[in-house]
Write a protein that binds this ligand. Structure first.
Ligand code: GDG
Length: 517
């Protein structure tokens, strides 16, 4: 989402219009699916049109393109399949370039598929997106209960928007359609589509965030309705098996008439069967590697100078949306603990926090941003000198090239979420380690830990001293161990890349489809 698809789907909304970031894929991904039969449905769109001012004061239309992650992965698939992508038209110039039915052919320079926009009012966005999606479902699924609020009006609007999506889907559906829903914004839509279309179409859903345990999920007053909506799907995918088990257990506990085989990931409800499977999402590792190899030394030096990063100290890096699930204050406190209790580390490394503003209309996010600024300022005040700034906050959206420089030249990456569906930053950092010398410190509570856990330094993000120890261990790790760990991580990230993920999902679709017919 965003900057890359996933961040954009979940609200980061930074995109770069320079270059379409298209992974190279082999055709097996699409060969098993009928042409014109795939409909992708997501909150955020792959292409967004917006007005920009030209030098002579005129207005022109610019297009933001997919720049990484799932959007960039699915875009070429859609181009080959000539399918339809249905999403909220949130760009200010979207209506100008769409036809009266809200459709525009994309990509703009060589159109091959249809982007069908769904128009939402400001009140819809406030209640469906900033409300129920991001103040009920997001915190609930991340077990951030203090940030969770269930507002019945927001829920009604969430359902109404899901209904709008469902109606739009039905207009595009044929009996051959494969309809692929993305994420927590659309939990009710599959049930609605199923009700209107019957059993012929193949519906699948990828849920990009964690699924909580039964005692947590049942807190939600709308828990049963959400489960029923999702069980309109033939297949539901999560990043890791833990979330699959949690989902199956929730259905088993909360829907009396269901029959659930947790081990097999099979649910029967209302006479229909839904398969529940884990598909750990990957990144476009090859492209990240090439980009990292191409980082110009001079551009990197300029970047450091621009941001006031001491050219001679080592770098520890964090790259996150500013979200309370990412564990940023806890991370900063562990750095503070390290510099406080082991003064020998003062002046020896700088922590760079690339923090993208996100969902700022929501108070919890404003508070988080303020907390991050306050702790950083306090640390800089306590330990900084004329020559050395301990914490550098970068809030600008970086180009992928700049991000590659940060990844490649940082000695250590701190990926320490309190809870995270997967976390693509961890994999991107690994893919960018073309010199085999970076150390990844990774939270045990990130989905990516299931795949990378063996070769990273694992931490519990709530354990401030434990994190401080891990940072010290990373900075003192012998070169041979660093290289050994790094090579293993890189192998894993390349083997389980975005293309492998897409192939895995689509091959299950074609297996399940043939079982169904
Ligand atoms: C959700 C789930 C799951 C960040 N700053 C810049 C920039 N980024 C990019 C990173 C990375 C992406 O943002 C963040 O992805 P994550 O996976 O870490 O996190 P969420 O946004 O929370 O995504 C998560 C994901 O969905 C996929 O299913 O892994 O668990 O929460 O790609 O590179 N990119 C650029 N400039 C920046 O300044 N270009």
């Amino acid at each position: 989402m965003s900057n890359d698809w996933w961040s954009s789907i979940s609200g980061l909304g930074q995109r770069h219009s320079q270059e379409a970031d298209v992974p190279e894929q082999d055709e097996t991904i699409t060969s098993s699916l009928e042409a014109e039969s795939v409909i992708v449905v997501s909150n955020r769109q792959p292409y967004r049109h917006r007005f920009e001012s030209t030098a002579d004061g005129e207005k022109s239309v610019a297009v933001d393109r997919p720049t990484g992650g799932l959007t960039a992965g699915l875009d070429p698939v859609m181009q080959r399949l000539n399918g339809t992508w249905i999403a909220w038209g949130d760009g200010d110039a979207d209506r100008t370039v769409s036809n009266s039915d809200g459709q525009v052919r994309v990509p703009p320079e060589e159109p091959t598929y249809t982007l069908q926009r769904v128009w939402l009012s400001e009140a819809d966005v406030a209640a469906y997106y900033y409300g129920y999606s991001n103040q009920a479902l997001w915190p609930l699924c991340h077990v951030s209960l203090e940030n969770t609020q269930f507002d019945i009006q927001q829920y009604r609007r969430y359902r109404a928007v899901n209904e709008t999506f469902a109606e739009t889907i039905v207009e595009h559906t044929t009996s051959e359609s494969v309809i692929w829903f993305q994420d927590y914004h659309l939990a009710c839509a599959p049930g609605m589509v199923r009700e209107q279309c019957g059993d012929e179409q193949f519906l699948l859903h990828f849920w990009h965030i964690p699924w909580p345990t039964v005692p947590v999920f049942r807190i939600c007053p709308q828990a049963r309705a959400l489960l029923k909506g999702l069980l309109g799907n033939d297949l539901i995918g999560f990043h890791v098996s833990e979330y699959c088990r949690n989902f199956c257990n929730c259905v088993s506990e909360l829907l009396e008439d269901s029959s659930v085989d947790v081990a097999a990931g099979e649910i029967t409800y209302n006479g229909r069967t839904t398969a529940v499977r884990a598909y750990p999402m990957g990144v476009d590792a090859e492209r990240i590697k090439r980009r990292s190899l191409n980082v110009a030394e001079s551009a990197w030096r300029t970047f450091k100078a621009d941001w006031g990063i001491d050219p001679d100290v080592r770098l520890v890096l964090g790259v996150d949306r500013l979200d309370y699930t990412k564990g940023i204050p806890e991370r900063l406190r562990s750095l503070e603990r390290l510099w406080e209790e082991r003064p020998r580390w003062r002046g020896r490394f700088t922590y760079v926090q690339k923090g993208s503003e996100s969902r700022s209309q929501i108070e919890a996010y404003q508070q988080l941003q303020q907390t991050v600024r306050e702790i950083s300022a306090r640390i800089n005040e306590r330990f900084g000198t004329d020559e050395w700034q301990p914490v550098v906050l970068i809030d600008a959206a970086l180009s992928r090239e700049q991000l590659s420089g940060l990844y490649r030249y940082s000695d250590v990456a701190l990926v320490t979420p309190l809870r995270d569906g997967m976390n693509l930053v961890a994999q991107e950092y690994v893919a960018a380690q073309v010199d085999d010398d970076g150390v990844l410190i990774l939270s045990e509570l990130a989905g990516s830990h299931e795949q990378l856990g063996d070769a990273v330094l694992s931490i519990n993000p709530y354990d401030i001293s434990g994190q401080a120890d891990a940072i010290e261990r990373a900075l003192t790790m012998p070169e041979a161990e660093r290289r050994h760990r790094c090579r293993r991580l890189r192998r894993s990230v390349h083997e389980n890349d975005l293309t492998a993920w897409l192939e895995d999902v689509f091959s299950t679709v074609s297996d399940c489809k043939s079982d169904k017919t």
